[in-house]
Write a protein that binds this ligand. Structure first.
Ligand code: ADP
Ligand code: MG
Length: 729
């Protein structure tokens, strides 16, 4: 083992002695203690101000200037009582991460005096110097300025000594430069459409909000080992390394007891999460060694997404304190389970009904079936768009790989609901329905809840599965901003529900009874959306063939998946609902393609550097040792004895030469491929060139290097090995 690697492991062991246990108070005592939520506002704001804020939260109305001032002052007072000195607008630029720029409350007022100041104008709008965030050309052609604007529907919170105000990020011309604004717009669209459909069943429903409960997977590795792996530091994943003799074959990590050091890290980040109002409830080990999951109680989609972004940030911060590094990458270790972020999604009314939970009587079940079937149809209509929004260089390693959803989008609903839909499809006859038909149907529909209760055959291989009272979108990558797929899903469901309501209204206008019109339309949708429904093994090869027969896409890489967003269909979807204009969508496509190209470029450079600067020199050093050994043996032994004694060494010397040569050649060819790709100006063609012409070299180089790792003296191997990364606790 190299001195560096040895030192790294020693550091890990030393620190174990330092773990301290602290007594923990009740979670409910400190939950949301760092959040300026509605309850807190009630303590600080006047009645009118409170009303205007709550209207803004619920209906997106404007907050008058004097109210904004009042809110700002009370926010500042509250924050200062907790030792806060600065504030920041917290936003979600299209880099995918979150961004912040801190300003202090402190304002000098001359004569050596100063006051703490924070007014409505500071709260509602800021102009961060953000010209280097990606805009996909939006700001280059028009105006360079970008603004952050307060989102009152997500409460302000305290991180460290800073008051953070969730904001949207827009250009001077009002175009969105972030992931939050389109999510809010899509949530608004689905609210309107779903509330309209709800009126067929319950006149009291005024609002419907989309709910999200994410499940975040991640790996933990020791920071000393992380620091000795430049590939992980720069790309989030290992580009080299032979898999350990033991990986996840025994499935002994999954739901196993959590290692103590990881546990103490979890307790701390959970406490921080709770103080920030993130309702995390679940933690467990995942499939791969050192892989874990955290999940909260679901919330309204915009808030839940803010909470996920905040949590990802917290994971990184708290991990460092525990001398861990958290890997959020979708596939840090080839050959082991990747990390995803299941997005559990549903629609809930302001009357407290989950629209995707089967009800207690035929009427509520018809409502359930309406939302259920329309969602399936929406996925069928727009599978490629949904796929495009989860595409990334990292997720490419995961879709279709070991223990992960395939790149084909399909919907699993379970055998019981499949049978219900089959029944419904057959039993609604052409022409007018007789009273008997109706009674029979009502009976069938009325049975759903009991049936679902024992519907336990949850299919883990489906990318989009119905799990009892919600859909679970599992193909989302672990680093993703859920706001992006959630924008897409809510928009496509909104469009579908609008079309549905248009059809039903037209039928009713023609004199068809409401229930009959609904049943007939559902029957049509069951038939038309059938190809997307799949109950079998989504990881099997047969499914790939079957899906192709059904005309479903299987877009395995990012560039090819993303360009679905250049189609008319995608543009119409977003433009009609005013979620994204054509220009905003084009900008996003360009940014994602560019991001992909840059990521592969960084990986490829890192791969070349490590191969040439670390791996080849180590191989040659060991080869020299072997050569010395052979020379020595030849010097002291008789010829025939020497021939025998040096046979293996000579073979090893030969093998090292051959492999080193291939590595060097491939690195050279990869650099040439990069140079060619860099000359391509079209963002799609450039991304494809990186995907098809550059990326494959990394696998070939790694293959040779991993063979060398097995051959060369452990003591001089420069990079911590995978067994050390994965099993050091
Ligand atoms: P799994 O078996 O996939 O791990 P869990 O039951 O642990 O599933 O996780 C379920 C997730 O679904 C939780 O985050 C939970 O909050 C979320 N969830 C439950 N009901 C809803 C709903 N109506 N809308 C959105 N998310 C929901
Ligand atoms: Mg899940």
């Amino acid at each position: 083992m190299s001195t560096f690697r040895f030192k790294a492991l020693e550091d890990v062991l030393d620190r174990k002695a330092l773990q301290v246990e602290t007594a923990s108070p009740k979670i409910s005592d400190y939950f949301s203690s760092r959040v300026f939520h509605m309850g807190k506002m009630r303590e600080y704001l006047s009645k009118e101000a409170l009303k205007s804020v709550s209207e803004a939260m619920n209906n997106g109305t404007r907050i008058p200037r004097n109210v904004a001032d009042q809110v700002a002052i009370s926010m500042k007072d509250w924050a200062m009582s907790k030792g806060v000195t600065h504030y920041t607008h917290w936003f979600q630029p299209l880099t995918g991460a979150t961004a912040e720029k801190h300003d202090s409350f402190f304002t000098p007022i001359g004569d050596g005096r100063a006051i703490e100041r924070f007014a409505g104008e500071n709260l509602t709008q800021q102009e961060p110097d953000a010209s280097s965030f990606p805009s996909g050309g939006i700001r280059n052609t028009f105006e360079a300025r970008g603004y952050t604007v307060w989102d009152p529907s997500s409460p302000a919170f305290i991180m460290g000594k800073t008051l953070c105000i969730p904001t949207i990020f827009i250009s001077y011309t009002g175009e969105s430069l972030d992931n939050k604004m389109p999510l809010l717009k899509a949530a608004h669209a689905v609210d309107k459409a779903a509330a309209r459909v709800c009126k067929y069943f319950d006149r009291n429903v005024q609002r419907v909000h989309s709910t999200l409960g994410w499940e975040q997977e991640y790996f933990l590795i020791d920071s000393a080992l992380y620091n000795a792996r430049p590939d992980i530091q720069f790309t989030g994943r290992v580009l080299f390394g032979h898999n350990p003799a033991k990986g996840q074959q025994l499935d002994d990590h999954y739901f196993g007891s959590i290692p103590e050091r990881a546990h103490s890290f979890m307790r701390e980040f959970e406490k921080e999460s709770h103080e920030l109002g993130i309702p995390v409830t679940t933690r467990h080990n995942e499939v791969a060694p050192n892989q874990f999951e955290v999940a909260p109680m679901f919330e309204e989609v915009n808030l839940s997404n803010d909470h996920n972004l905040l949590l990802m940030d917290l994971l990184e911060k708290v991990a460092r304190k525990h001398n861990f590094r958290v890997l959020l990458h979708e596939k840090p270790f080839a050959g082991l389970n990747g990390s995803g972020k299941h997005n559990n999604w549903s629609l809930a009314t302001d009357t407290g009904v989950n629209l995707l939970a089967p009800g207690k009587n035929p009427k509520s079940n018809l409502q359930f079936l309406t939302f259920f079937i329309n969602t399936i149809q929406a996925i069928y209509d727009h599978a490629d768009i949904l796929r495009a929004h989860i595409a990334s260089a990292g997720n490419d390693h995961r879709l279709g790989a070991n223990e992960a959803p395939p790149a084909i989008l399909s919907v699993f609903i379970g055998s019981q609901l499949s049978a219900t839909l089959d029944d419904l499809e057959k039993s609604v006859k052409a022409g007018k329905m007789t009273p008997d038909d109706k009674t029979q149907l009502k009976l069938n529909i009325g049975k759903i809840p009991e049936l679902l209760l024992d519907n336990t055959d949850r299919n883990r291989t489906s990318p989009f599965a119905f799990t009892g009272n919600k859909f679970e979108f599992r193909a989302v990558g672990s680093t993703a901003n859920c706001g992006v797929p959630m924008m897409a899903l809510n928009a496509m469901v909104a469009q579908r529900l609008n079309d549905f309501a248009d059809t039903i209204d037209a039928q009713i206008a023609k004199g068809v009874k409401k229930d009959e019109a609904i049943l007939k339309e559902l029957q049509k949708l069951i038939k038309s959306s059938k190809p997307i429904r799949f109950e079998g093994n989504g990881y099997g090869d047969e499914w790939v063939k079957e899906a192709a027969k059904r005309g479903l896409s299987n877009l395995k890489d990012t560039p090819r998946a993303i360009v679905a967003l250049r189609d008319k269909k995608a543009k119409a979807l977003y433009a009609d609902l005013e979620v994204l204009s054509e220009r905003e969508l084009d900008a996003r496509v360009e940014i994602e393609l560019e991001k992909y190209r840059m990521q592969i470029q960084i990986e490829s450079r890192m791969c070349g550097d490590l191969a040439v600067n670390h791996i080849i020199p180590t191989a040659l050093k060991y080869q020299n040792t072997l050569i010395q050994n052979v020379q020595g043996l030849n010097a002291i032994l008789a010829k025939s004895a020497a021939t025998k004694a040096t046979k293996t060494q000579l073979e090893m010397i030969q093998e090292i030469s051959e492999r080193v040569q291939v590595v060097k050649e491939k690195v050279y060819e990869m650099i040439e491929a990069r140079k060619k790709a860099n000359k391509i100006s079209d963002p799609y063609d450039a991304a494809v060139a990186y995907c098809d012409k550059v990326k494959p070299f990394m696998d070939e180089i790694r293959y040779q290097s991993d063979k060398l790792e097995l051959l060369i003296d452990d003591e001089i191997w420069p990079l911590p090995k995978l067994r050390e990364l994965l099993f050091t606790r």
